[in-house]
Each structure stands twice: as C-alpha cells, then as structure tokens.
Design a protein around this ligand. Sequence first.
Ligand code: HSE
Length: 314
Amino acid sequence: MKISVKVPATTANIGPGFDSLGMALPLYNTITIEETVLPGTGIEINVLNDTASTDDFVLEHIPMDENSIIYKAVELLYNSIGQNPSELKITVQSQIPIARGLGSSASVIVGGLLAANELLGRPADEVALLSIATEVEGHPDNVTPAIVGGLVLSSQEDDGRIIYTKLDWPDEWDITVCVPDYELSTDISRSVLPVEVPMADAVFNAKRMGMFVQAVNTKDPELMKLALQDKLHQPYRMKLVPGLDKIIENLKHEENVLGCVLSGAGPSILIISQKNNLDKIKSIVKDTWENLNVKANIMTLPVEKQGAQIITQE
Ligand code: HSE
C-alpha cells in the first residue's frame, strides 16, 4: 500500500502569538509512505525538490535531522499501538522552502504521521495526531494549522493535549510573504531567546493577543496595527535577520500596511496590508534587501483553509 498526503506551509507567531498563533498557506509538501515488500530493507527516506516542471525533480537527500523528524513522528505513532515501523519508503516532494520560517519541518512531521496513520487503519484520532506532532516539533503553532488549515490559536495544555480554536482571517487583508535567499534554523533562532522575560513585556504581549483576536473578529485595521507587535521573540531575533529593522522602518509610514512581522522563527517576513499598494510594498522589501545583497522571493498568498489532505491510496 502507498499513501500520499499533501500538507500546506504554515506561518507562526504572527506578531504577538509566540508559539501559539499559526496560519496555513498555499505552498505544499507531499509526503508519500509506501510499504516495501522486501523484508529487511528497513526505512528509506528521500526528498525531491519541486522545480518548475513536475517531471523534473532533483533528487536531494535532506540532512539527517530532517530525516529523523519524519522517522520520529512515524515511530511514535507505531509505538502508540505497540508496534515498530519497518520496511517503509518515505518520499517528500518539497515545495516549501526549508529553514525559512514557513513550516517545512511541521509539514513533513504531519505528512509522515497522517500517511502512517492511514497505513495502520487510522488508530489515532485528531487529538492524538496533534499531540504526537507537537511532541516532535516542540510547539503546536505550525503543526496545528498544517493539520486543520486556516488561522489557528493553539495551546499545549499541562496534560500534553493540544487545544485549538480557529479564527476567520478577513479577506480584505493581504498576506505578503517575503522569503530571503538564506536559511535560518529554528534551533539557532530559539537559542537567542531568553529563558525569562520582564513582566512588562509579558503583559505587553498578553494585551496584543487580545487585540489580535478582536481585530480579526471585527476586521478592525487600526486595532490590528496595534496588535501586530511583539516583545517576546522578535527583538531578540532581529540580529539574525539583517534588514528586518530597516524593512519595518521603511514600511511604517506606508498607508495600508497593518504590520510587518517575522514568519515563525524567521528569516522570512510577513507583511499584513489592506488591498491596493502591494507593488509599492514589494519594491520596498526588495530594495531594502538588495542593498544588503539579499535576494528574495516575495509572494502575496491567501490563507489556505484546508489542512493536510490524503491525495492517493493504492
Ligand atoms: N513559534 C516557533 C518559534 C515557530 O518562533 O520558534 C518556529 O517554527
């Protein structure tokens, strides 16, 4: 049997929601798990980078640490029903840029888990899948929207369960994703964060989270401008993303820009705006980065409302 799962990219944090807000975006990885018939062949993991032509995949092995997250997720699922995985061929067809803050690791964890769950006859429900995915990823803000789609506020509770609630992103707010031509690993980006933060900064973010939910629910752009600020992670990560401070400064007085935030752990940047001046926004980002010799792929994308989908079964 062979199962393929198409999983969306995700952006996390979205300003004030460190480790809790996340949103699915329409870029996809497809993870295929195949039971191999030859005993003793173990587990094989391959990655195919998607290129312009779907027939022209470049075979490239991703680093072991990426390999191991898929394996770990699949293994935890098998272990949860008292089994061990073996004789599996796992293939990742990758469209989501790696180590750019767009949820590529969450996508392979989720894809591996969902495909393995189908192979096993669906022993795990959504609650169990969310909990295993979060255990492997370390935080729920990417894996939850990767599984359920849309804009999601999620939390890992003390008993390990993930609870989440979906919010409706206003259609009139554009999301522009700016992906620079260099990688930044989440481990490095988390290593610069302090273990403790000042009470005033925690209060600042608590207020912004409330504003974010209210602004989205009431489609209030002025409230959203206030909400899209953060003191828990972005100030510490600023030095890892050259040009971020200048881009924020250069966009500050642009009419229709509601905010400019790090996508997940970076280095991609997310710009939230109201319709109409996307060309200007894109050229500001492009020019600012070009001055620092950074090339960028800049895309305006809608929210992907669907989460991971099983696309083939044989
Ligand atoms: N919330 C996480 C972080 C997202 O900011 O480190 C990383 O994938």
